[in-house]
Design a protein around this ligand. Structure first.
Ligand SMILES: C[S@@+](CC[C@H](N)C(=O)[O-])C[C@H]1O[C@@H](n2cnc3c(N)ncnc32)[C@H](O)[C@@H]1O
Length: 187
């Protein structure tokens, strides 16, 4: 059982969940001022859409990608239930599928998925000028979730290929004795 397991593992996980959407990420809500004046947002490794739906309800145009068919099926169900339009695409982001993206966005969010380091630079190419990249995840192994492995932890070095002039903000924080980190970069 791996936190960042393969698509089958995630499909089983999403299939076994009840038809309730988890609450959106609190840090995203706290950061919402960074998204002001922006319109289009891509949610990478969106899962079943708790953050995509939160942002769509605020009026942003959201696209969501994930490699779990079951996650996107649930996302579409929740979006329809709320009368929201969210475009979804099945994509394995670890296999350089990122180059299949066809347009640019005002913001890209990645919540609790560690992108292979070399892909951050590619991802910046899919931001409009002044667009932001928002990344949030564990900064230390949590004590209460054995699914999460060392390879899932975010480090400053993950972003070493990005232009330091484009760095906007980093926030380290703690919830229930677990340590998290959130980065914001700009194009
Ligand atoms: C911990 S969940 C986070 C989901 C969502 N971002 C959230 O905050 O609720 C990790 C997500 O990453 C997706 N994922 C893992 N590896 C992936 C890959 N290689 N390509 C695309 N999605 C992937 C999983 O299917 C799962 O939905």
């Amino acid at each position: 059982m791996n936190y960042m397991g393969n698509a089958n593992w995630w499909n089983n996980r999403f299939q076994s969940r009840s038809l309730n959407l988890m609450k959106h990420e609190k840090t995203l809500e706290e950061d919402i001022q960074f998204f002001q004046g922006r319109k289009t947002i891509l949610d990478i490794a969106s899962g079943d859409g708790r953050n995509a739906i939160y942002l769509a309800k605020l009026g942003f145009e959201i696209e969501a990608i994930d490699f779990s068919f079951e996650a996107l099926k649930r996302l579409n169900y929740f979006a329809n239930r709320e009368n929201l339009k969210i475009k979804t695409e099945l994509m394995d982001i670890s296999k350089d599928d990122i180059i299949k993206l066809t347009k640019k966005y005002d913001a890209i969010i990645i919540n609790h998925y560690r992108l292979p380091q070399k892909l951050y630079v590619d991802l910046i190419n899919f931001l409009n000028i002044e667009g932001i990249l928002w990344v949030n995840g564990f900064s230390e192994l949590p004590k209460d979730n054995p699914n999460i492995r060392e390879s899932d932890i975010l480090y400053d070095e993950d972003f070493k290929d990005l232009n330091p002039n484009n760095f906007i903000d980093k926030k380290e924080y703690e919830i229930n004795n677990n340590r998290f980190i959130r980065y914001i970069w700009k194009k």
